[in-house]
Design a protein around this ligand. Sequence first.
Ligand code: GLU
Length: 491
Amino acid sequence: MSIFKIFFKKEKIRTRFAPSPTGPFHIGSVRTALFNFLFAKKFKGKFILRIEDTDLERSRPEYEKGIIESLKWLNIHWDEGPYRQSERLGTYAKYLKKLLDNGDAFYCFHSKKFLEEEAGLAHHCEFKKLPLEDLEKRLKKESAVIRFKTPPDLEIAFTDLIRGKIRFNSDALGGDFSLAKAESPDKFLPLYNFAVVIDDFEMGISHVIRGEDHISNTPKQILIQQALKLPMPKYAHLPLILGPDKSKLSKRHGAVSVDEYGEMGYLPAAMVNFIAFLGWNPGTDKEIFNLEELIKEFDLNNVQKGGAIFNVEKLDWFNGYYLKQLPLDELAKRAIPFLIKDGLIDSNFPAKSGPAPSWEYLKKILELERPRLKKLGGIGERISYFFKIPKYEPKLLIWRDMSFKDIIASLKASLVAIDQMSDADFNQKNLERILLKEAEKAKNKDKGRLLWPLRAALTGLEASPGPFEILEILGRKESIKRVETAIKKLA
Ligand code: GLU
């Protein structure tokens, strides 16, 4: 191997995302995945997906599936994996044997409860002093926990790429911490701190980028590396994600799992852009970044130490932006499941025959609504009047001090104007010209006297786009019907 090759190999960037499939995919974990992905791609390295499913009671295949589906949905693609820790037990056993043989670890037969009650035992356990053979014999009859012999009063330090030098004293680690459960002489189930060290080494991980909550685990992992003479990866611990009240982001603040955001109708590109800014910024005013641009701009030096605030209004802003960028066909395709759910269109939309609304009709509606749209969830409520006759109280039709009589007269004036138009002329431009002329005749030239009752009659809503656009989309016949219905309501 040439010297260059060795150099290159040593410098090869490999990151990993190592979720535990024990719950819905949290926004904070998505951020960890994204930053690892961006960092690896930026340096033409590899991004690895590793499922840390050693907690048999809490790990579930459906959570793993959820993580994988969400990563794909977000376009965060991995180069290797998914590896599963549950499928690598043989590898861990090999290293555990080595630690036991070298006297860096021991079998402990105390129960967890006993250890909790006798806190001092975590430091002075009598099993630590017994010969390995004796303990191995006992293991044939009884299960044990393999614990690391934490050296006393040792300084453990590492340089975090985000927070600089971090130091610990081994005495603060709570004693001889657990590495694995030994069910029998040949059945070892590794625990987090141990498995992570072995895997990061075996998988050639160069950079461990993860949440700040793992800082306190790092010294334990370093001790295991040192005992096994493994190289230390570089560490970067990402700031906590906080709710608007500056406390750690949790369910109290609203949805925290990425699938919930998907269900609410946020676009993956908006999610990625928003999540990238949870602790990172490009150092410029630019806010809109697609994945390519993020890969180019991402830099661990621009990751902040302090907590990152999760602000849903900002997410809405990003999402509104990305919704505006979608080709109309694409927007319509994405809106359909929401409209089906809201009962506005059939599950077989767009049906070829029958009274079902057409694809073109849907597109016109979405084009009209889009400038104000923040997310697709709840869109049904805003545009239902295009699909069914709106229900509303007659008082909605009232503009300022108008009486019911005034409103009936106003609606009748609109009706006459509309009625005189041909279907072919019935477009926004003509409607605007004709109806505005009519509206100017109103008392005090107050156009609202004509336009408000008309718009309310068409939509049944307090707020909506303007009447001319709505009239055009609804069409002449349907518009006339709605104005007549309003007049009847008042009479
Ligand atoms: N399985 C750990 C978690 O989900 C990963 C920790 C790490 O990245 O080292 O928190």
